[in-house]
Ligand binder design. Structure first.
Ligand SMILES: Cc1cc2nc3c(=O)[nH]c(=O)nc-3n(C[C@H](O)[C@H](O)[C@H](O)COP(=O)(O)OP(=O)(O)OC[C@H]3O[C@@H](n4cnc5c(N)ncnc54)[C@H](O)[C@@H]3O)c2cc1C
Length: 380
């Protein structure tokens, strides 16, 4: 693939990079320490038209293509890993579910406020007993007249405690396995029985609340169902394919932040009467960190390219996410190493990058599950 961003794509990405340097980087440690949803920052992103990046303008989006959107998400994640998850879950998961599978009325009602940044979105698929094994979910949606009664709960839901719109997966036919799952839109403020049980105290990804949700006979009209009954599993897989491109973006952004910090530190830190950047060992570490980060970025754009062309991109998105997530953890690890003892303290952000990077290997398909996906495509 011969790839480089166009002048317009570069201009938008650079505008966001500047915003991140001025508005996000200075508060990133604060977000990490407080672990509170950065509502003001999200309002600023909405003002910049960044909360509905890939959606058409008729639904309040910015109409950005799938190279620019991940490039921008990379920049946001370079500033704060938590911010990267907030925006990725809001757009790539919740927003895309409604954009791809909703009716025009559902898009107008639920997607437009998400894309404008007036509402926050979440995507509720995982449960305590159903992570990698999605069909093991126990949440049910029973049809009663022209309503559904939703019963059960979800775990690990990014933005779950602050969301206005939550796309929820539940079994409409518990005997039918994959084909018995359907997807719905829930509105926590309107829907009696929607309970936020609490949020997780996590290693990293601070600022993005990861919530446990409970549904006690939540009764919703049929008009809240997305697409046909029984299509929820396919909706989830398709949405996660696209989502993996943006988790690759979050990974690349964090790797870039770790690399930038290591380059700066290695020029400042002197040992044996010279900056440590003069040691070839350190130079080679930096060279490897940069090479891996760039390779991950290209895999991300390769998957994006196939998505834009309407080609199948499940393998490429899995590869981009798998490789970029492992690179982000490796690069962040070397970043700490280059900082020596200081890297192991909260005096420098190197340890935050490491904590934030680790998550990339877990959500939206663990590395093990993604290797299964890639092998499955190869052997198909
Ligand atoms: C911070 C955070 C945010 C999240 N946000 C969301 C969200 O917004 N929405 C949502 O729905 N979910 C979300 N998740 C859930 C996430 O997608 C799951 O944690 C993930 O899919 C793994 O599921 P699990 O935790 O149950 O692990 P398990 O599936 O129990 O896996 C445990 C281990 O077994 C391995 N394993 C499992 N099955 C296989 C297999 N077939 N072959 C080989 N190895 C296997 C895994 O790779 C892993 O190493 C989030 C998770 C976290 C930690």
């Amino acid at each position: 693939m011969d790839f480089s961003l166009s002048a317009e794509q570069t201009q938008i990405t650079e505008m966001v990079a500047e915003f991140v340097d001025e508005e996000v980087v200075p508060v990133a440690d604060e977000i990490d320490a407080a672990d509170e949803f950065p509502a003001e920052l999200i309002e600023e992103l909405a003002d910049l038209d960044l909360m509905g990046m890939p959606f058409p303008e008729e639904y309040g989006g910015a109409g950005l293509d799938y190279h620019t959107y991940p490039a921008v998400l990379e920049e946001l994640s370079r500033g704060s890993g938590g911010l990267g998850t907030i925006v990725a879950a809001h757009i790539s998961l919740a927003g895309n579910m409604i954009y791809a599978f909703g009716t025009d009325e559902q898009k107008e009602e639920y997607l437009t406020p998400l894309a404008q940044g007036d509402d926050i979105g979440a995507f509720a698929l995982s449960e305590a007993g159903a992570g990698s094994d999605v069909p093991a979910m126990e949440t049910t949606a029973e049809k009663v007249g022209d309503e559904y009664v939703i019963d059960g709960g979800k775990l690990w839901i990014s933005n779950g405690s602050v969301a206005d719109t939550v796309t929820v997966f539940a079994k409409t036919d518990p005997e039918a396995g994959n084909e018995g799952i359907s997807s719905f839109v829930l509105r926590p403020a309107d829907d009696d029985g929607f309970v936020v049980e609490g949020t997780e105290d996590k290693l990293g990804d601070k600022g993005c609340p990861t919530a446990e949700l409970r549904f006690d006979n939540v009764t919703i009209p049929e008009s809240r169902r997305l697409g046909e009954e029984g299509r929820g599993f396919v909706h989830a897989l398709k949405t996660l394919n696209g989502g993996r491109i943006t988790i690759a973006a979050r990974s690349v952004g964090i790797a870039q932040a770790a690399l930038d910090a290591a380059v700066e530190y290695s020029g400042d830190r002197e040992q044996f009467d010279r900056p440590i950047s003069e040691f070839q060992t350190i130079q080679h570490k930096l060279a490897d960190m940069d090479t891996k980060t760039q390779a991950a970025r290209l895999l991300m754009h390769d998957a994006a390219d196939r998505k834009i062309r309407g080609e199948s991109f499940a393998k490429e998105a899995a590869q981009a996410k798998l490789y970029a997530s492992e690179v982000s953890r490796e690069v962040a690890n070397e970043g700490i190493q280059i900082h020596g003892g200081y890297g192991y303290t909260k005096d420098f952000p190197a340890e935050r990058f490491y904590r934030d990077a680790k998550l990339n290997e877990i959500y939206e398909g663990t590395s093990e599950v993604l290797r299964n996906t890639i092998a499955g495509e190869l052997l198909d």
